[in-house]
Design a protein around this ligand. Sequence first.
Ligand SMILES: Cc1ncc(COP(=O)(O)O)c(C=O)c1O
Length: 387
Amino acid sequence: MKYDFNKTIERRGSNSVKWDATVAFFGEKDVLPMWVADMDFQTPPFVINAIQQQLNRAVLGYTFAGEEWYSSIISWLKKRHEWDVEAKSLTFVSGVVRGQAHALQCFTEASDKVMVMTPVYHPFFQVTKHLHRQVVFSPLHIENNQIDINFNRFENDIKGCKMLILCNPHNPGGRVWTKEELQTIAHICHKNNVLVISDEIHADLTLPGYRHLPFTTVSAEAAEIGITLMAPSKTFNMPGVSSSFAIVENEQLNRQFQTFMQAGEFDQGNMFAYASTVAAYRQGEEWLEQLLQYVQNNIDFTEHFLQTELPAISMIRPQASFLIFLNCKKLNLEQPELEKLFLNKARLALNSGTTFGQEGEGFMRLNVGCPLGTLQEALYRMKTALR
Ligand SMILES: Cc1ncc(COP(=O)(O)O)c(C=O)c1O
């Protein structure tokens, strides 16, 4: 491999949320952090160089998104996802969750109903609630050891909602939704006048054997109601740069969204965000291919280890990204006991399943976006704790 994903990098002492905020979140300092969804790999050198080049200019002045910001995103989406996007549909947003908040404020009003499908990345419902919208929780279930949608339930729950926040691909379950599933979501939402925010931050991390489908590409109905949020942040391990974007193809919705974003100057990025995005999308394919292989290998390793060494814990095998939802139900522990087992006995910081909603009971989320050595250490700690 051209890039070295085995290299360990000292991240403690850098105000890293993953490494340094365990004190604030878990009350523990010396635990191995396998929680927050960034990776412990070096950010690709071409991204670092692009930021370095900005510094070399010696003036950190106001900078706009140049033509190359648009064209690099457009050609990446075409190449990786066979998606034709026009420059006018793109809007800079400083984060995907912030993009959700902007879209919620732009398209809904206080006390409007907004649906999320739990278990799901917790800011989906937290931000919605903090913005005083009513959260409708529509539970997902597990079918053939994968996260699945019960569409009867979905159709009932969506009634009266103004918006759905869809996680595509899904976190924490790692599901890559099929075309039929996305078309059904689009059809039901369209019929019920529901707009769909499709959070596609994990799209580029879809693993070999699966294909990500941007929500709005699955049908004319989806294109009419979809607001897509994407970023190079997860893909290229650069979430600290705060660089994301929205794609809104429906012209009327796009006008409304861009007017809202411009009014508050929420669409203003910064020189590092623009330059790093261009570098990532222009130069990132080879790095990403190697990363996906490495992550796949970590997932295989985890699956094999659980089967052979820790049969009381199983996993939902992710179809995208580096997060594994561990099924610990066989341990028969209440969630607080399960959390204590991982934290105090194994000395590991994992996200508790219930963080993502009640349906996460009995689960813990493990981040395997790290050198294999770190993952091995975490798995041995789990084994020893269980013994
Ligand atoms: C589905 C999903 N959306 C959004 C985010 C966070 O994105 P941002 O930092 O751009 O707000 C995450 C991070 O884990 C995520 O998993």
